[in-house]
Ligand binder design. Structure first.
Ligand SMILES: Cc1ncc(COP(=O)(O)O)c(C=O)c1O
Length: 459
């Protein structure tokens, strides 16, 4: 049994035992199945005993029986959706902050860690092209970031009685946008789902018709959620035209750039994401776009004051800030007070590896695809003008098969499946759609450890 406060010798033993298993997990990632759909034996997850179990036995159960079942989304064999990655130095950052366990809700409690987190936010603001009065907050993920965005926009733009205000999302927007609206107090009926065009981008004429119709009925158009990389196909909405439209109608523009936003660090991505900086708020998910472990989302706002106005609230036991400091108290610009120090999991990888490896990651593993020609096996894959380019590198995707599962109009959401055919290295992605031109299919993949082959891209 290990004491709650282990001795130095016990600490060394624990770190060595965990380290050895982590190393063997990482060293064998490429051979591990992309998915292992065996059922987890319930007895593997034991109830807590009165007095502790041996470390080795517990770690063995964890690494052999509890972790393997399911889908290995951090591994290179996974080809579905937009998974969180596994940059190891980010895990080290987490390990360090959880060991030192400093409180970052108030800057005086941990000024160094708050500065680290703020420096990361400033870097994120810089890459999206936000001005110096911008700011943001690291969250546990994109969904929470969108919720904070809608809540912030509501507090800054709407009166207390806001129930005649309308939010516009495209039919390709991530579900988190609608969920965020509801969490921020908007009934489902206040969220308009606007049609997308043939390339899965928000259709501006449909948006205009909806806004004008709402105005004619005495409702208050309030917010547009645009996508910079949709989950289904990777489409990027026409951000310039939408920003013009939002400015014309006085609407808050929120851009969901959860994974797509990070392509801004690549030359091709920069041009495809032009006008991103015209948003009022942007969601970025470093756990997707930078390949970090799950639990790293981010909301950026063009004007940091908007976060202060929405979230700042005093209490007897909290410090009174009479003037703005260059570093915020995070509790004043977000819903959370106690929380982990999230900055190190970004800062450490960026310091240890630099920015360029991430540029390479995003350049070689960009996997938003439009797939032409359903005839197997001679399919070909290309990208369209508003999709990010397909990268080139080695990959297991040449073993991938496209298995159409029904046709029909796009609106019927025909489901197809992509599978890697090698035994036990297989994962199905149900986000494949009928594509924009006859005989085409569209899908989106964005994995940090599974770059796509040049051969595959031009086959
Ligand atoms: C485009 C997009 N936005 C938002 C989200 C939600 O982010 P999270 O899963 O981090 O809450 C996702 C998740 O896949 C996404 O793909």
């Amino acid at each position: 049994m290990i004491a709650l406060e282990p001795s130095v010798e016990e600490l060394e033993r624990m770190l060595a035992a965990v380290g050895q298993r982590i190393i063997s997990h990482l060293a064998t990632l490429a051979e591990q199945p992309a998915s292992d759909l065996q059922t987890l034996a319930p007895e593997a997850v034991a109830d807590p005993p009165q007095w502790g179990r041996p470390l080795e036995e517990t770690l063995d159960t964890l690494f052999r029986r509890v972790i393997p079942p399911g889908v290995n989304s951090a591994g290179p064999g996974y080809l579905g959706f937009v998974p969180g990655g596994g940059v190891f130095s980010a895990a080290l950052g987490d390990f360090i902050v959880k060991t030192v366990n400093r409180f970052v809700g108030l800057r005086f409690m941990a000024p160094g860690l708050v500065r680290i987190e703020w420096s990361v936010i400033r870097w994120l603001c810089q890459i999206v092209g936000f001005p110096c009065e911008s700011g943001g907050i690291l969250t546990s993920g994109g969904s929470l970031a969108s919720f904070i965005a809608v809540y912030t926009a509501r507090h800054n733009r709407l009166p207390a009685d806001f129930l005649n205000s309308i939010i516009y999302v495209s039919d390709q927007a991530h579900v988190s946008a609608r969920k965020a609206a509801q969490l921020a107090g908007f009934p489902a009926a206040n969220v308009r789902t606007v049609a997308s065009d043939a390339w899965f981008r928000l259709d501006l004429s449909a948006l205009e018709a909806a806004v004008l119709d709402d105005k004619a009925h005495g409702l208050r158009p309030f917010m547009i959620v645009a996508s910079a990389g949709t989950t289904n196909t990777g489409a990027i909405d026409d951000l310039t035209a939408i920003a013009d439209f939002a400015a014309h109608h006085g609407l808050w523009l929120h851009v969901d750039a959860a994974y797509g936003g990070f392509f801004v660090i690549t030359p091709e991505g920069r041009s495809l994401l032009c006008s991103l900086e015209r948003a009022d708020s942007i969601v970025l998910d470093p756990h997707k776009g930078l390949g970090l472990p799950y639990g790293t989302g981010c909301l950026l706002v063009k004007d940091l004051n908007t976060l202060y106005r929405a979230h700042s609230m005093g209490a007897e036991y909290l410090p009174v800030n009479t003037e703005r400091h260059e570093l915020p108290d995070f509790y004043e610009i977000s819903p959370e007070l106690s929380r982990e120090a999230r900055g190190l999991r970004l800062w450490l990888p960026l310091q240890l590896h630099g920015i360029q490896p991430f540029v390479v990651m995003r350049s070689t593993s960009t996997q938003r695809l439009v797939i032409y020609d359903k005839k197997l096996p001679s399919y070909s894959i290309r990208h369209s003008p508003n999709y990010l380019p397909i990268g080139s590198s080695h990959s297991p995707v040449e073993r991938m098969k496209i298995l159409p599962a029904g046709g029909g109009p796009r609106r019927a959401q025909p489901r197809c499946f992509l599978q890697t055919s090698a035994k036990s290295r297989r994962f199905s992605a149900p986000n494949v759609r009928n594509g924009p031109v006859p005989g085409s299919m569209a899908a989106c993949f964005c994995s940090s450890r599974c770059p796509i082959t040049a051969a595959f891209a031009t086959a």
